[in-house]
Write a protein that binds this ligand. Structure first.
Ligand code: ZN
Ligand code: ZN
Length: 318
């Protein structure tokens, strides 16, 4: 009798262990998982559909926008320094190491830290590219087929299989003390290869509200928003631009948190120094991010903030 009881206890323990293990190692069906790709880049998947936002894996030693950083002056960085007149060349190995599939690529605006890798990703994965006319003209220059291109203007609210997508009119970060930088539109009729300058006309800026059955994710690609366009949205997850230029905006975090009714989770985005490789230290950017964390804590004390690590899955609670 005693040995039988022991036997039962052992079986029970084994069951508990194996269940816990299964929960840890496998995502639950339909679980939404986010991964930070650096700069304003994210991968979002529900296990069926993979959506990329501003995926930028190349992290070239590129020119910094005015007021946007120190450019090539990072000590010890031996990578080739890009000029605006150089041919825009994505790092195919870096992209292929991290991007295996995509069904949709959402582009917030046509600056090189948002668009450089998108033609290769679109051609490789056959994903639909959703973005402005400017974005789609860059795709056309690289021969991305027309049936993959969904041009949006802001205001669209589209139903797709498994999720819906509201396109939110937005505005660019107030770089260089409130001076817009390269805000023209990429024209039609361009042919690759293009220079960095040619893939860098902003072309207007959008944000995206992605609605899954159990989660609504609002994604910004920079440090600004149009208040009337976001007031009343109730996302539970917000990718908030957390770079230094947000300080040019009146009550940036306070208005955002109130307008969005105090979302459960904030993930800071576009806070790292994208001129550096993935391996380089982001310590100065992480230190600068502390003031953003404090802003959110004051504006919305119940909101959880996770500082994302590159490529580390962030599963949303079911
Ligand atoms: Zn930009
Ligand atoms: Zn950017």
């Amino acid at each position: 009798m005693k040995s039988c009881l022991l036997c039962f206890a052992f079986t029970l323990a084994a069951l508990v262990v194996s269940t816990t293990h299964a929960q840890e190692s496998a995502a639950k069906p339909d679980q939404v998982i986010l991964k930070y790709l650096g700069a304003a880049g994210w991968e979002i998947t529900d296990g069926t559909t993979t959506i990329l936002i501003d995926p930028y894996l190349s992290r070239i030693n590129g020119p910094a926008p005015p007021g946007g950083g120190s450019g090539h002056s990072i000590a010890g960085d031996t990578r080739r320094a890009y000029k605006w007149t150089d041919i825009a060349t994505p790092d195919i190995a870096a992209i292929d190491a991290h991007i295996q599939r995509a069904d949709f690529v959402l582009v917030t605006h046509t600056h090189y830290d948002h668009i450089l890798d998108v033609p290769h990703i679109a051609l490789k994965t056959h994903a639909a590219v959703i973005g402005t006319e400017s974005t789609e003209n860059v795709m056309r220059a690289y021969g991305v087929p027309e049936d993959q291109l969904i041009t949006v203007r802001g205001g669209e609210d589209y139903q797709f299989r498994g999720f819906s997508l509201r396109v939110i009119p937005s505005i660019h970060s107030p770089l260089d003390h409130k001076h817009y930088f390269s805000s023209a539109t990429a024209p039609p009729g361009m042919k690759a290869p293009l220079t960095l300058q040619q893939i860098h006309p902003e072309g207007g800026t959008l944000a995206y509200l992605i609605r899954f059955p159990e989660h609504q994710i609002l994604a910004f690609g920079g440090m600004n928003y149009i208040e009337r366009e976001i007031a009343g949205l109730e996302p539970d997850v917000v990718l908030v631009g957390a770079g230094a230029s947000r300080k040019e905006i009146y009550d940036y975090s306070g208005r955002l948190m109130r307008d969005l009714h105090y979302p459960a989770l904030v993930l800071p985005t576009h806070w790292d120094n994208f001129l550096l490789s993935y391996e380089a230290s982001q310590q100065p950017a992480l230190e600068a991010l502390q003031s953003f964390l404090q802003e959110i804590a004051v504006a919305s004390p119940k909101t959880k903030v996770i500082v994302p690590k590159y490529f580390q899955p962030i599963p949303l609670a079911k």
